[in-house]
Design a protein. Structure first.
Length: 150
């Protein structure tokens, strides 16, 4: 796949993650969405459910990991890509590392809580990361959500 084709593919799946993020925001959750793709097929879609479930671990990525593992019938996501609207936190990065997911694509960086700052080695050593996909849309969704809360 060429770089241009990969970018188009990444943008298509990130738009699906943005739909999940918008659903989270509409439900009063922090608007983060995630999609997991395995061999060209979407196997999990999720968004934050921390308020709904009263569970601080119910991040979009964690929900997506569980759904994908259930779909595949195993805990390792070795043929998958995660698309998430915001850079994963250290907790999610750790779970993604244990899942052995080979690729993570995120929209907006999280300079305050992102794994790059606090847990840069949490992912599996062979995991590749692509950031900044539809970054402005992802960032704007977060900014609008928090602005409406103030």
């Amino acid at each position: 796949m060429t770089q241009e084709e990969q970018l188009k593919t990444d943008e298509r799946y990130m738009r699906m993650a943005l739909v999940e993020a918008e659903a989270a925001g509409a439900a009063g959750e922090i608007p983060i969405g995630a999609v997991i793709v395995c061999q060209g097929r979407v196997i999990a879609r999720a968004h934050n459910l921390t308020e709904t479930l009263n569970d601080v671990t119910a991040h979009a990525e964690m929900q997506a990991i569980t759904a994908a593992a259930n779909e595949l019938g195993g805990k390792y996501l070795t043929d998958c890509t995660l698309y998430v609207t915001v850079e994963p936190c250290p907790m999610c990065a750790g779970a993604l590392g244990w899942s052995q997911i080979p690729r993570i694509v995120y929209g907006a960086a999280d300079d305050k809580r992102g794994f790059h700052v606090y847990a840069p080695k949490a992912l599996h050593p062979r995991t590749t990361i692509s950031g900044g996909i539809l970054e402005e849309e992802c960032r704007q969704l977060m900014q609008d959500f928090f602005r409406s809360r103030r």
